[in-house]
Design a protein around this ligand. Structure first.
Ligand code: ADP
Ligand code: MG
Length: 245
């Protein structure tokens, strides 16, 4: 018996009005796999991420999480959505809550965890991302890199089956990019299933099992990082790589 992929998209289409942003997307992400999604601005990468946890609806096709099709709404949707963690470019922390409260609020409110349990786990996770000593500060008192690490700890606190990152380092000052990539690399090596939209090609080469190249709402090609970067097969990928590498 082969294991079901953790996330699948089958023939997924999505329009924004006249704009056809996702065109017949087929993708299967295996357990423990790290898939890096790259492509030009406007190619549909963020929309793809947002459809996977139903921040956006789709027009047609099927998305499954751990073998279960994403329902349109209701309790089933809330449960499946909490299986999918998301880390955004713009941290999205609660400004009026401490770091610790940012990490415990989901487990307490959504997972119905006790406060003491949630705090114990949160401190472990903050330690894992290297900022346990900042637990009682407010987000504004932290650097961008630290805030993004809090956002990762917050996502992990929900015990997601898959973690999605949408350009998690794009809003950071250059000197803070590496500390966030290091946390992501260690999660990847620990077997976390991850879908990562990024322009950090070094990270893609080192940490990805597979690179998915999107352009104009389509998956144009996908390959191992070495194959993709050394020998892209499509002209669009060649053009894209020649601009960024
Ligand atoms: P990427 O993340 O690859 O840059 P996006 O998924 O953000 O691409 O956007 C894909 C296309 O969809 C772009 O042309 C963008 O302007 C458009 N788009 C994204 N979100 C919306 C929205 N909420 N309403 C209308 N158009 C949108
Ligand atoms: Mg985007």
């Amino acid at each position: 018996m082969t294991a079901t992929p953790l996330v699948t998209l089958e023939n997924v289409d999505k329009h924004f009005g006249e704009l056809h942003v996702l065109r017949g997307i087929n993708l299967a992400v295996e357990r423990g796999e790290v898939v890096v999604v790259i492509g030009p601005s406007g190619s549909g990468k963020s929309t793809l991420c947002r459809t996977i946890n139903r921040l956006e609806t789709i027009d047609s096709g099927v998305i499954t999480i751990d073998g279960v099709p994403l329902p349109e709404e209701g309790r089933g949707l809330a449960r499946l959505r909490s299986d999918v963690g998301m880390v955004f470019q713009s941290f999205n922390l609660f400004a009026h809550k401490t770091v610790l409260q940012n990490v415990t609020i989901g487990p307490i409110k959504v997972r119905k965890k006790g406060k003491a349990d949630a705090e114990k786990r949160a401190l472990e996770l903050l330690d894992r991302v290297g900022i346990a000593n900042q637990a009682n500060k407010y987000p504004a008192q932290l650097s961008g890199g630290q805030q993004q690490r809090v956002a990762i700890a917050r996502a992990l606190a929900m015990e997601p089956k898959v973690l999605m990152f949408d350009e998690p380092t794009s809003a950071l000052d250059p000197e803070m990019v590496q500390e966030v990539l290091d946390v992501m690399t260690s999660l990847a090596s620990e077997g976390m299933t991850m879908i990562v939209v990024t322009h950090e090609m070094g990270f893609a080469r080192r940490a990805a099992n597979r690179v998915v190249f999107m352009a104009d709402g389509e998956i144009v090609e996908q390959a191992s990082p070495d194959d993709f970067f050394d020998n892209p097969s499509s002209q669009r990928a060649k053009d894209f790589l020649s601009k960024i590498l």
